[in-house]
Design a protein around this ligand. Structure first.
Ligand code: CP3
Length: 337
């Protein structure tokens, strides 16, 4: 490629008026996710509007716990909530690994429709949450907590937590394999809450399970060549360890310097990121300056996929997203000559 590719985390979402209109038609965010025709349409919305270099499946990381029977809902302005959170050994023992075809068929159907809709123009990324991040939502029961319950389990009942994480790692592996079989061309694991752990806690409760997922995917003859992207928000101090899992790309949040990350990780994997999402609230000229800084920091050659350091937020003006995509394509050419 003669320029740096770009896609944007949460590129389909509330900052787009066409997304808000479709969500209203569907009735709710979950209905939108569970109706493959509509979820496919939402997947394609941002790539029809902007010259993005990848599409990401429109869904949510909480589909796995939903399929496990926890009773997921999203209340307006409050984020996710589970009717039956996981609080005891008995709760964990009741859970099973969801069968992707039987329990998450709507996601696989969306992948197939989106692949057909994209018609080979750009690749489609499938995704899942990391076992630790999924466990955090399942045990806390909702977003916006201080994680005292899941940390309490890690300190006082680590055996039980490991049982839950092991079940989730198996579920995530099966789910990602099924997405790949349905047509996903890259697979991303979102470890949104790995960064709240201590160094040894991260290795034990988050990284070890992501490593087992990468290993399982890489040992499947059919999935082995599909790129796997790992993203731990707040994981800047562990980049070498994450790269050692054998992942193909590493997602970075904006607190890390791209150039230094590149020299730490070397040729082990590509880097994805990492503009502060808040910059999309600045003027287009300022966005362009920041893009220039980030591209310069990474330097010449391939191995960088431009993205934000976390998801785009609802109040962003779509015009600024267009300015970002143009700036990346335009200013990156000189680094690929
Ligand atoms: O990137 C994409 O465009 C693909 C779609 C996608 C969504 N969620 C759509 C969504 C992806 C990849 C996710 C992942 C996800 N979901 C994560 C990990 C990524 C991250 O942000 O770190 C997490 C933690 C979740 C759980 C989740 N889903 C939360 C906490 C919320 C509420 C957030 C909020 O701002 O209200 C959601 C809802 C959600 N997922 C929305 C979208 C577009 C907003 C739903 C709506 O109101 O329309």
């Amino acid at each position: 490629m003669d320029r740096t590719p770009i896609w944007i985390m949460r590129q389909a979402g509330r900052y787009l008026p066409e997304y808000r209109a479709l969500r209203q038609r569907a009735g709710s965010f979950l209905e939108l996710c569970k109706t493959p025709q509509l979820a496919c349409e939402v997947t394609l919305q941002p790539v029809q509007r902007f010259a993005l270099d990848a599409a990401i499946l429109f869904s949510d990381i909480l589909t796995i716990p939903d399929a496990m029977g926890l009773g997921l809902s999203f209340s307006e302005g409050e984020g996710p909530r589970f009717e039956r959170p996981v609080r005891s050994r008995a709760d964990i023992d009741r859970l099973g690994v969801p069968d992707p075809a039987a329990d998450l068929g709507y996601v696989l159907e969306t992948v197939k429709l989106a692949r057909a809709g994209l018609d080979g123009r750009i690749p489609l990324i499938g995704f899942s949450g990391s076992p630790w991040t999924l466990a955090a939502y399942m045990v806390e029961g909702r977003g916006g907590t201080n994680f005292s319950r899941i940390k309490g389990m890690a300190f006082d009942a680590p055996g039980e937590l490991h049982r839950l994480l092991d079940l989730l790692a198996k579920s995530v592996t099966a789910y990602l394999c099924a997405q790949r079989q349905a047509g996903a061309q890259a697979l991303m694991v979102f470890d949104t809450w790995g960064g709240i752990l201590s160094e040894h806690g991260y290795r034990e409760f988050s990284l070890a399970y992501m490593a087992s997922i990468v290993e399982a995917l890489k040992s499947e003859p059919e999935a082995a060549s599909t790129p796997v992207i790992l993203f731990t928000k707040g994981g800047g101090q562990w980049l070498e360890a994450i790269a050692d899992t054998g992942c193909d790309a590493l997602g970075l949040d904006w607190t890390v310097d791209l150039g230094r990350a590149r020299s730490r990780v070397g040729h082990r994997c590509a880097l994805q990121g990492n503009m502060d999402p808040a910059l999309l609230g600045a003027r287009p000229r300022r966005i362009r300056e920041e893009v220039a800084l980030l591209l310069k920091s990474f330097g010449r050659g391939s191995g960088h996929v431009f993205n934000l350091g976390h998801g785009i937020t609802p109040e962003v003006d779509p015009e600024n997203v267009a300015a970002l995509v143009d700036a990346v394509h335009d200013l990156s050419q000189t680094y690929h000559r």
